[in-house]
Write a new protein. Structure first.
Lengths: 470, 411
């Protein structure tokens, strides 16, 4: 059985069409089926599984899948950190063209050479390993990579000096409000294979079919030249702001937050329309829209005074950094869901204890836990005294991991319908997550603290009013 | 067990290995102390930026360090498991000893870097750092310290290679290539790439003599160095300073009976070193290396002060040395038949008293340990078993101890 990993997202439709033209029809793939396991026609026994793009190199490296297709930027992001992993790049396909740019806000830097010897350059990116590779190659002294889940373009110039972002070309970058300093990678969708599968398994039919799609070897990484060294200088002193900065979430939390803001009588113009910098209705308050997962760290760093995030994001941050100064100031009680331990529906266990005993009896030596919440999953495994385990970070679509690629999921579950659809069941609830307001410890003091307190009071009153109506 | 419980690339040190390790460490320590160096130990975890900012490690090497966000690393500042010993020692100097005109420091520490498969990811280095205006005496002293430490470990056929990065730097600068191209050209030269040398020839046609004579050939001592000088200096006067520095060191070493092999290209990250560099080899294996890095202390925020040092690679050294066999420790075994608390206490009391009287002593914890001489306790009796099947009865513990501590008086 050959195992093929295909990407979800924007690549889905053009890739499905390309594969079909070459003679491989994956049922439901191009149509956006919700199922993560698909069947294929046009080739012998083939198991197809759909993953988020960034998970595909991991799955190929682990040997869970023989061949995968994903953007070259995700392959290089993985290999730049783990160069010895068993991934072979086979070639690029004529779809999914994308470049990675080291970019900045207009007027922030004159060019790459302007960075020589600059201390404490902050690079924000969804691609932290490549950002690190860039900084090392450029010999940036004392740089700092700020990994984010997305919306990296929103950070410069206030919250980052550079952003490493994916964009098809310079004009797409300009639409993000950034100017390019260096093109770090030029890529497209690439076919990759597990090295051991390539050596030992007959993949010829699949590979010849993919070759017929028109494999090309162009593009790749282009690291910057080394810049001049300089002396160690004291760290920068953050300048005291007079304005209050708040972070609002994008994605599925946005709906709940819009409601909460409306209840509090706060309308941020442009927020509902997807703008990254909506206008605040209050004097002395600035707002920015970023991913909720990135908020705790940005609040800890002092980039924002207040953020509306989720309890899951806050706990993920606090489990990773127990000394972080971020704390919950207000639970808005909206958008509630459980973070649960999830297993295959047919696992003969009703509790975690039974499941652990079962796996032990079955000779599972290393328990594989797949989760978007790596630190929560790790904390759970430690506090429940698991034997040897491995947390497999996922970028989403986790339901498809069990049972082939993981024994256990730590997953957000709302109604449980998705679990049933994917033959899964929850055996433990870790905690209930809701939308909440987070602040930096001690931030409610001083002049900015007074504005924050007013904001919190209005949000709290709105929350109480909404609860009373329900 | 199919999968080892230890982490890949990490290795246990068993008792025999530890004995060997401690002996090497002790020889090294004694050598350094005799030369007036003082021991330091730096933390296992350091800020990553110390290593990125000083340029002492190549981007490839930096890509293989164990760096991570600490528990309080929410600021995004990464820390690293010490990948080498020089930067932490230089940082220690800047923070604690910068008022001293001369710091002579040494350390024995583990270092960490990722390696493929089962290759070692934790290594041990015995290093020396000399910080202060000491040249050229300092360079000579460091070579002698390293050489003495290796000799004291019983190693002979110690090969010493010497070079100066200024030689390479002068040649590469003359090519007119941008710095990044110079680096890759140099990598090619180190790897014996004929094309890289051909490129140098092409870029510097005025050189006359083939560049491989300077960059790839090796020769012995002062004579070879003077030959190079006569051929290249008229065309490349930038070679004057590095050649003079090398000559000073080589001449002194030859006076002391050490003739180094001179090599134009020796170390990979030549940008870091500013003066003579050296390597020690035994049976073709690299056992240590060092050199001068005058800009390092300044890069770390200290005053500009010259510095140089070396490190011995203990993994290699341990494979090559044969420590003297430790003399057999004459242990008296104390065995109790009874298991009551007072029997157990009496056995440990006997051990204590024996040790107080200068004898090695151990309680027999398992019958497999029972050797001679032995004191058997039980049922109020005291028997002393000696070699050759001799056994003596004693009336009291005191008498038994006397028998065991005055063996020369025994039949």
């Amino acid at each position: 059985m050959i195992k093929l990993a295909l990407p979800t997202g924007d690549l889905r439709r053009p890739l499905a069409a390309l594969l079909e033209r070459a003679g491989l029809r994956v049922r439901g793939y191009g149509e956006g089926s919700r199922s993560y396991r698909l069947s294929a026609e046009g080739i012998g026994p083939l198991r197809v599984r759909v993953f988020r793009e960034r998970d595909i190199p991991i799955q190929i490296a682990l040997g869970n899948y023989d061949v995968g297709i994903c953007g070259l930027h995700w392959v290089e992001e993985f290999l730049s950190r783990y160069p010895g992993e068993a991934i072979v790049r086979l070639g690029g396909l004529p779809v999914g063209e994308v470049s990675l740019w080291v970019a900045a806000a207009p007027g922030q830097w004159d060019g790459l050479r302007d960075l020589a010897g600059r201390w404490g350059v902050r690079i924000v990116s969804e691609f932290p390993n490549l950002a690190e590779a860039f900084a090392l190659a450029a010999r940036l002294p004392a740089y700092r990579v700020v990994p984010v889940w997305g919306a990296a373009e929103a950070y410069p110039p206030e919250d980052a000096d550079l952003a490493l972002v994916a964009a098809s070309d310079g004009s797409a970058l300009a639409r993000m409000g950034l100017v390019p300093l260096h093109r770090l990678l030029e890529g497209r969708a690439w076919v990759i294979a597990n090295r051991h599968s390539l050596r030992e398994k007959d993949l010829a039919r699949l590979l010849s079919l993919l070759a017929a799609c028109g494999l090309e070897a162009g593009g790749g990484l282009s690291l910057p030249p080394p810049l001049a060294l300089s002396r160690v200088t004291p760290g920068r002193c953050p300048t005291e702001r007079s304005t209050v900065r708040i972070a609002l979430p994008d994605g599925h939390q946005q709906r709940h937050v819009l409601e909460a803001l409306a209840e509090a009588g706060l309308q941020f113009e442009g927020y509902a329309e997807g703008e990254r910098r909506p206008r605040s209705p209050l004097d002395g308050v600035e707002a920015k829209v970023v991913r909720p997962q990135d908020m705790p760290q940005m609040v800890a760093l002092g980039a924002f005074d207040l953020a509306i995030s989720g309890r899951d994001c806050l706990l993920e941050h606090l489990y990773r950094f127990p000394s972080s100064p971020v704390e919950m100031a207000l639970d808005l009680g909206r958008g509630a869901f459980n973070v649960s331990a999830v297993v295959a529906a047919d696992l003969p266990a009703r509790s975690l204890g039974e499941a652990l005993r079962y796996w032990r009896d079955q000779g599972v030596t290393t328990l594989r836990i797949a989760s978007e919440f790596v630190s929560i999953a790790d904390h759970y495994a430690r506090s429940r005294h698991f034997w040897r385990y491995r947390v497999i970070p996922t970028a989403g679509a986790s339901e498809g991991f069990v049972p082939e690629d993981a024994e256990l999921l730590i997953e957000g579950t709302e109604t449980g319908r998705t679990l049933v659809e994917n033959q899964l069941k929850a055996i433990d609830v870790l905690f209930r997550s809701t939308t909440c307001v987070i602040v930096r410890r001690g931030s409610l003091e001083g002049p900015r603290g007074r504005i924050l307190s007013t904001l919190l009071e209005r949000l709290a009153r709105g929350s109480v009013a909404a609860s009373a109506r329900m | 067990m199919s999968e080892p419980l230890r982490c890949r690339g990490m290795y246990d040190m068993l008792p025999a290995h530890m004995e060997r390790f401690r002996w090497v460490e002790e020889v090294f320590r004694r050598t350094c102390l005799a030369w007036g160096y003082r021991e330091v130990r730096t933390p296992t975890v350091e800020h990553l930026f110390l290593f990125t900012a000083t340029g002492t490690l190549t981007p490839q090497a930096l890509g293989r360090v164990y760096s991570f966000l600490d528990w309080d690393g929410w600021s995004g500042e990464r820390v690293v498991l010490r990948p080498e010993g020089t930067i932490p020692t230089a940082r220690l100097y800047v923070e604690h000893l910068s008022g001293e005109p001369l710091a002579k420091l040494f350390y024995v520490q583990n270092v960490f870097h990722f390696a493929e498969g089962e290759a070692r990811r934790e290594e041990w280095q015995a290093g020396v750092e000399l910080i202060g205006d000491t040249q050229p005496l300092g360079d000579v002293e460091l070579v002698l310290v390293a050489h003495q430490a290796l000799s004291s470990l019983g190693l002979d056929r110690i090969g010493l290679r010497l070079s100066h990065p200024g030689l390479v730097r002068a040649v590469l600068a003359r090519t007119g290539l941008p710095p990044e191209d110079q680096l890759s050209l140099y990598d090619g030269i180190l790897e014996g790439d004929a094309e890289a040398l051909a490129r140098v020839r092409q870029r510097i046609p005025e050189l006359g003599a083939p560049p491989e004579l300077l960059l790839a050939e090796e020769g012995q001592g002062l004579a070879f160095l003077r030959n190079l000088r006569s051929v290249f200096l008229p065309v490349l006067p930038e070679l004057e300073a590095p050649m003079r520095e090398l000559e000073e060191v080589v001449a002194a070493l030859e006076e002391l009976g050490l003739t180094p092999t001179l090599s134009g290209a020796l170390v990979r990250h030549y940008e870091y070193y500013t003066g003579p560099v050296f390597r020690f080899e035994v049976d073709g294996r690299l056992v240590g290396a060092g050199g001068r890095y005058d800009s390092l202390i300044g890069l770390l925020g200290g005053r500009d002060v010259p510095a140089s040092g070396f490190a011995l690679y203990l993994g290699e050294v341990l494979d090559l040395v044969e420590p003297p066999r430790p003399s057999e420790v004459d242990v008296v075994w104390v065995q109790t038949v009874g298991r009551r608390p007072q029997d157990v206490a009496e056995a440990f009391l006997a051990v204590r008293l024996l040790r107080e009287r200068g004898r090695g002593a151990q309680v027999v914890l398992s019958p497999s340990q029972a050797g001679v001489p032995r004191l058997l306790l039980g049922d109020g009796r005291y028997r002393v078993a000696l070699g050759g099947g001799q056994e003596r009865e004693a009336a009291s513990l005191e008498e038994a101890l006397a028998l065991l501590t005055q063996r020369e008086g025994l039949p």
